[in-house]
Design a protein around this ligand. Sequence first.
Ligand code: SAH
Ligand code: SF4
Ligand code: F3S
Length: 443
Amino acid sequence: MITWGCQMNVYDSGRMADTLAPLGYSPTETAEDADMIILNTCHIRDKAAEKVFSELGRLRIIQEARAAQGRRPILAVAGCVAQAEGAELLARAPFVDIVLGPQTYHRLPEMVARASRAAGAVIETDFPAEDKFDHLPEASAPQGLTAFLTIQEGCDKFCSFCVVPYTRGAESSRSEKAVLAEARKLVAQGSREITLLGQNVNAWHGLDANGNPSSLGVLARRLAEIPGLDRIRYTTSHPRDMDDDLIRAHAEVKALMPFLHLPVQSGSDRILAAMNRRHTREDYFRLVDRLREARPDLALSSDFIVGHPGETEADFEATLDLIERVGFASAFSFKYSPRPGTPAANATTQVEAEIADRRLQTLQALLRDQQNAFNASKVGQTVDVFFTHIGRQPGQIGGRTPWLQPVHMQAPDSLIGRIMPVRIAQATTTSLAATLVQEPACA
Ligand code: SAH
Ligand code: SF4
Ligand code: F3S
């Protein structure tokens, strides 16, 4: 299984593995060893989609070599490229056996059976009437100390530049009961931190026990009642769906971590309107103020696009100004990439590549400075770190602060799995170094 794209793809890859386990499949380290190879793909930007075709070129050679030995592996392409370009993909790569969109993963075992029998590819890229979550297997492989849990999928917002409404389909929410059951199972399997996932996670409106639409603030409170679930995060949120109760939950729910990924994309009202984002820069400022009032130590991250069609120098300056005013702990930023079928791709006001490149560099330099400053502000402080893995250097363990900063520390690996206060000794742009403040008590 080779996974690209967002965290939901990571979660989906796990669920695909769960559906295949009863057939006797288990993950391998390399494609050379595999009886089936699944590419879980991303269509968000041109580069992401092109990777799929170059990887397929490599895999074709492996497939042919194995076929010569009488053990031809099944090649499947899943995810958002499969959904958006299924037919084109088969035309360009006829050696692919299975093409399946994100809403059909529960049908994978049946597709494998059909692919083994049939000559010719199996393609499933419709949006089936049944809900895949009702048909995915109950049993799942443990995810470890930190886990992902998809609660909402799809998007009805149709931002001018974005493929997600087309690849993931209409917005839908899983029920509160299903989410709580999965969360309890994850905790029973050893997870202490859960990140709730959705393309518009804060638009979650799953049905509660009485059959009424609930909301993410309520869900966060219910999840926080699960003993042993110490950290809750959610991503990705849309500014429009940040309701009062969810903001209040940030003040009231201790397990809700003080870090929020809240993409704004641009700081220019003109461009925000062209993007069909349905909020202004003032809306965003007001929202950030209210969040920080509720939870003063809340840190923010965001996504930015530079070079959206029609973006002028003044629009770009407005984005820089928004960044200065808000102050971000971290952020992702991208050069606008025209995507087939989206409204912005047809705009006649495309921005020249060199201009967009220069803007991206300027923007990233500012965001890097802010990230440096945020990380440096923790030096000398004692913060709770959840240690989850062995570090890169010998004798090191690694973990995350409440603000999602990676931390490493010289300490015995028996501390993995613990959330403990440590002293932040050093900071770089991307990570923190910590020391123990006290000898840890026995677990
Ligand atoms: N659901 C989330 C983000 C989904 S995609 C949201 O509403 O914000 C992740 C990020 O990729 C987006 O926030 C956006 O910044 C970026 N992105 C999406 N389409 C893009 C495109 N055509 N070109 C460049 N960046 C894009
Ligand atoms: Fe894409 Fe906009 Fe939906 Fe986010 S809200 S997934 S950027 S269309
Ligand atoms: Fe990519 Fe699809 Fe996620 S396009 S970002 S894998 S929703």
